[in-house]
Design a protein around this ligand. Structure first.
Ligand code: NAP
Length: 473
């Protein structure tokens, strides 16, 4: 992929960037490694003051950052502005809580003193996607920098100006040079970076294919990795639900970010008893969405981020129809300039068809009718993914069954799945491993060190007192 800003609404190439050459990349790696030596010893108070300043800049410049995101990847402008503001929340959350989340945690044992210490790991490489070009980066960077790590960002090739703007944001916030750097490089140079001994760990948010590749290289190098990958989230609606509310939120859940969200609901699993009602409301809601220029405040659905995504989505819809799915609305790219694909609803997709098992990264919904809760859960679990899930019911027993039985990293009840700095975010199965956000997120990239201090015997100093449990692993 060329490293370039190509306006998805027009197809026009606005700016191209030369990838870093080998000496430039070497310089940045060296600077990161040097910066870690100092950054790991800075106080939480110092880091918090820089991170709070980053939050202020995100808030005061959210319009500018929002415009940049919309220009490079096409999300509606207001949602881009909201994304910049949400990044400030994550910065503030970790500025306020990192110290307590990483405080030495005493443990009672037979030793005189035992505790768990959380120590920074070093230079963390972050490989990030374009779909939330600020949020994905900030939700990794805020905890990582607060923990005393330093970061190198390899952002998606279609959002280079967002990558540079985030680097500049951290510098202006006061973080020393080298603590956060963007690397304008192609993805085929990531493996060599992971192999570099100065890289301590890797986080990747992106597709399953990228996850497999990065996870395999990290595994070979025995380096910690976190993978936040794709999803095909189920949205289950039972007869006890408020069906109108569910249908209206279903439209939002499927089309947020022009349908390009890992946690967008993609499969709508609806009980037979209310399926006609739900489908009518849902289709009407999808049809009513305004498609257009993402910079226009009235637009609800902008272009997809790249021409390739439109081609891939079109192919998945065609293959689903060939397998037996029926099209209710949409179903082919719009004949206009830019990467526009309309809201689309498929029904009767047979199990195993692309709409049932693959991730459709655009505004295409699949409605699947089921006869009872057990079949709903079976369908919910039929993909290899396991990221989020949304369940609509007013029945406590149904709610509890869904929470226990749906194979997903997140279950939201009578609400659509959303990230929140206070809650862990991540998936199971092929949606990846590890967690971001919350206390669990900040502990992904630390050395969780067990410390045990034996009481020195006063008359024979230095000799270890033997206790039960000594000399075992
Ligand atoms: P992608 O093609 O996998 O790209 C993501 C990042 O990985 C980009 O920086 C890309 O660089 C790089 N990359 C691609 N292939 C690579 C490889 N073999 N080795 C190393 N790096 C590689 O994904 P995307 O199209 O940008 O994003 C959409 C995907 O991300 C969807 O599947 C979505 O569900 C997932 N996602 C998951 C989460 C989550 O939290 N679970 C959040 C957002 C998105 P280039 O741009 O240079 O190719």
């Amino acid at each position: 992929m060329p490293i370039a800003t190509i306006n998805p609404a027009t197809g026009e190439t606005l700016r191209t960037f030369e990838p870093l050459d080998a000496p430039e990349l070497e310089g940045k790696l060296g600077r990161a490694a040097d910066a870690f030596l100092h950054h790991r010893r800075t106080s939480f108070a110092q880091r918090a003051s820089w991170m709070s300043r980053a939050a202020e800049l995100l808030e005061s410049e959210k319009e500018t950052f929002g415009r940049l995101m919309t220009l490079e990847m096409g999300k509606p402008l207001q949602s881009a502005i909201d994304e910049a503001a949400k990044c400030a929340l994550a910065c503030r959350y970790y500025a306020a809580h990192a110290e307590s989340l990483l405080a030495d945690a005493p443990v009672e044992t037979d030793a005189a003193e035992s505790f768990v210490a959380y120590l920074p790991l070093g230079v963390i490489l972050a490989v990030m996607p374009w779909n939330f070009p600020f949020w994905q980066v900030l939700r990794f960077a805020a905890p990582a920098l607060m923990a005393g790590n330093v970061a190198l960002l390899k952002h998606a090739s279609n959002v280079p100006q967002c990558a540079l703007a985030i680097e500049d944001l951290f510098l202006r916030a006061g973080f020393p040079a080298g603590v956060f750097q963007a690397l304008l490089i192609e993805s085929d140079r990531v493996a060599a970076l992971i192999e570099d001994e100065r890289i301590a760990a890797i986080t990747l948010t992106g597709s399953e294919a990228a996850g497999r590749s990065v996870g395999a290289t990290a595994g070979k190098q025995i380096k910690k990795s976190v993978l936040e990958l794709g999803g095909s989230d189920p949205f289950v609606v039972m007869p006890s639900a408020d069906v109108d509310a569910a249908a209206s939120m279903a439209v939002k859940a499927r089309t947020i970010n022009n349908g390009q969200s890992c946690i967008a609901a993609k499969r709508f699993i609806v009980h037979d008893a209310i399926a006609d009602h739900f489908e009518r409301r849902f289709v009407a809601g999808m049809q009513a969405l305004r498609i257009g220029d993402p910079m226009d405040p009235a637009t609800q659905i902008g272009p997809l981020a790249t021409a390739q995504i439109v081609r891939d989505l079109d192919d998945q819809v065609r293959r689903s129809i060939a397998a037996g799915a029926r099209l209710l609305i949409g179903g082919r790219p719009l004949e206009r300039r830019g990467n526009f694909y309309p809201p689309t609803v498929l029904v009767d997709a047979p199990s195993g068809s692309p709409a049932r098992v693959e991730e459709l990264f655009g505004p295409v919904a699949t409605v699947i009718r089921v006869r009872d809760l057990a079949s709903a859960i079976e369908v919910a679990n039929e993909t290899d993914f396991g990221l989020g899930s949304s369940v609509w019911t007013r029945d406590d027993a149904e709610r509890d069954t869904c929470i226990r039985e749906i194979e997903a990293g997140m279950t939201f009840v009578n609400a659509i799945v959303a990230s929140d700095p206070r809650l862990p975010f991540g998936g199971v199965k092929h949606s990846g491993y590890g967690r971001e956000l919350s206390g669990l997120g900040i502990r992904e990239f630390v050395n969780i060190k067990a410390v045990s201090v034996a009481a020195a015997a006063p008359d024979r100093p230095g000799e270890m007192t033997r206790r039960s449990g000594d000399a075992t692993e």
